[in-house]
Every structure is written in C-alpha cells, then in structure tokens.
Design a protein around this ligand. Sequence first.
Ligand code: EPZ
Length: 421
Amino acid sequence: MEGFVIEGGTPLTGRVRVQGAKNAALPILAATVLAAGTYEIHDVPQLTDIDAMCRILQSLGAKVERTGHRVTVDTIGLNQTHIPDELMSRIRSSIFLMGPLLARLGKVTISRPGGCAIGKRPINLHLKGLACLGVEVAEEGDIIACSAPELKGAEITLDFPSVGATENIMMAAVCATGETVITNAAREPEIVDLAAFLNKMGARVQGAGESTIVIQGVPKVQATNHSVMPDRIVAGTLIIAAGATGGEVELDNVVPEHLESVIESLRQTGLAIETAERGLRVQAERKLTGIPHIVTTPYPGFPTDMQPQMLALLTLCEGTSRVTEKIFDSRLKHVEELKKMGAEIRLEGDTVTVHGIRRLTGAHVCATDLRAGAALVIAALNAQGRSVVAGVEHIDRGYERLDEVIAQLGGQIHRVALKKQ
Ligand code: EPZ
C-alpha cells in the first residue's frame, strides 16, 4: 500500500499541462471493439483504470501497445465475448464493453460490476436500454448473459441521465438497423468526445451533449485515430489545490466551457480565475468566503466528481457553506477524514454543513475513492504540519502521478510505501 506524505503551507505556483480525460478515454477504448482494425488513441492518461481497460481488450483477443500517452489497439483478432470476472470487478467502466461486443459479435457475458465506495451503482438503465435495441438479457445470480442476433434501432428514454448507460446504448446503436433516439441522455463533454470518435469511425450520431441523441444505424464502421479531450475534473482539482494553498497556477490543455459551473462557484468564493481558449490561470488573491449551497447535478450542473475537492476548499472559506450530494448514495466518506484535520464539518443525510476555519491541521487520513483522495491531498497541502494520505491506489486510478504534478508546482509531497494496516 502506498501513501503521500505532505508538508502543508507552501502556495502552489507555476504552470502544468492537464492530462487527457480518463472518462473519455475509457469508453473510446471500449468503442475500438466495434470494428476490426488498428486504432491510434492519443493523449490517453497513464492510469490504473486505463491499464485495466487495456487488459480487458487483450483478454478479448485484441492486441494493445502503449507508448507514453499513445495507445495502439488492433482488434482484428478479437473473438471473445466473456469479460473475466477479475477484470470486471476491477473497473466499473468494463460495463462499457457490452454495447460494442453485442454490436460486433452479437453476444456478451459479464459478471455484475461491484458497487464501490461511492454507492451501489446498479446497471438497470444499461440493461433496459440494450433490451430496447432487441438484446436478450439473461441474469443468473451475478452472471449476466446477453445476446442480440440483430440490433434494431429504438426510441429509448432514460429514467436518469446516466453517463455510462448513454454511452453503452450509443455504441450498441451505431450499426443497429434503423434509427435510435435516446431521450433524457446524459450531456457530459465525455459523451461528445465519444460521439466524435464514433462519427470519425463512420457512425452517424447527432445531438451528443444535448438531452436527445439521434443515431442513424450504418451497415459498418471502421477503425480510426483520435486524441482524447482534456480531463476537466483533474483541471478542477488543480484549480482548487491552487486556491487552498493561496497560490497562483496556470493550466494548459483545459477547455474552460467544460468547467463552467465549477468556475462560477469558485469565483463566488473569491478565487480569481482568468480563462483563455485552451487554458486558464487561477490566483487566490484574498481571503475566501463560503457558498450558501452547492448541489451536485448531472452536467452542466455542478459535477459530483468535483464535490469532495470543493468540500475540502469550503472548510477554509469564511462563513457557513452547505453541499448536497445528489448523484451517488454514498459519496461523503471523506467528511470523517476532513474532521480528523480539524474541519468544522457536519453530515446530515446527503447534506454537509461546514464552517470555514483559517487553517487545517496535518493528520493521518485515508482515501476511500479517487476524488475523496484528491480532496484529502488538497486539505493536506493547506494544513499546518505533516499529513499522511493513505490509499493512494485510489488516486492513481484517475490522476496521473498527482504527487509529481503537485511537486512540480512547489508542493511538499512525496510517495511512500506504507505498512499494511
Ligand atoms: C460516470 O460513471 C463516471 N465514470 C463517474 O466518474 C461519474 O461520477 C459519473 O459518470 C457521473 O458523472 C466514468 O465515466 C468511467 P452514472 P457512471 O451512470 O456512468 C445511477 C470518477 O470519479 N445509475 O451517470 O457509472 C448511479 O447509481 C467516476 O471519475 C442507476 O441507477 O455514472 C448513480 O447514482 C466516479 N442505474 C447515477 O445513476 C444505472 O444503470 C449516476 O450514474 C446506471 C446508473
């Protein structure tokens, strides 16, 4: 097990480039199953979740080569329809392979992906959407066997704008017979990036990024190349880290429009954020003040993936703030850890009330999921004295060498091996 040792108090200053988006790269890698051929995917972040996706593709018969941030996938020899249980349980995004495998081979068998630290994470919306396209779904215990001799376009309305379900249905529908309309689709920018990739493959996807997506089925699609969009959550995390340490940071490879709700909230606290076309600059000019109430909602609302990091900042903002987590049923475990650092914070149901204090105090804390881990790193960078953040394996799932990025900005952080607890 590894941890980060952090000496708080150094303002982050300097300039870094933000990594490619994990949550765009994962479905795009899954989409390479759709057509036999060789794909070059660029700006893929080096993360353990990406490692796991590449291993899944290899277990299905694809060849995968990685050189830095470029992943070359050859799916000509892909011929397996069962995703190994060990790999299914490792990453939630293994579920994204259902649509492409059904489209390519007409079959897929998976074990139900586990819940995780942030909630139960059912897959009913995925299965319901695929069934609308003519997929036969047989559930026996934890095994889900799906088959689709032919995929037919359909009108599908999602009960909730699920990101993964929208992506799975999109990929299953690109070669279905006829037109598919997804209503109440998720609008996240990662879905727009996936649709751009699918259209480069020859698909006909319109409306990605809006609540209604229309897909005209095409007879076949072919391999192509793509460069993954910037990671808006990593960018938001670094902006908040700069704010929490009273620093001044420039970020390259950012699309500010993807962070509109986050930037608007951060400006409310008093953070000075200047945006440019593909970058931004953040400066903590004065004492920060709290925000009456933030509620996480689907894009373009305030993203759940930024809730823990925002909460860490609000523990330092003058006055009283409230944060309500509406997307996941168990994504507030970092509250207890922030309390260990002296945060004046109270959890009631899905809402956290926090009274800002001037400075946190270093402590030994534990990451429960990747964004909670990032929040604890932010808190530790502000705190008086030394902190140890355990559970860094969670952080490595979504942040490429976060310790090195922060050290590059002057943060006092280094990675250590921790004795098993
Ligand atoms: C994606 O997860 C992201 N992961 C998550 O990022 C992100 O938090 C989430 O979207 C919301 O934005 C990837 O893209 C790999 P959902 P996903 O389906 O697709 C419920 C991170 O930190 N739901 O939009 O799994 C679900 O339980 C990760 O990078 C159902 O009820 O999220 C949740 O409450 C964490 N039935 C809500 O919808 C379903 O069939 C949102 O889930 C599917 C989802």
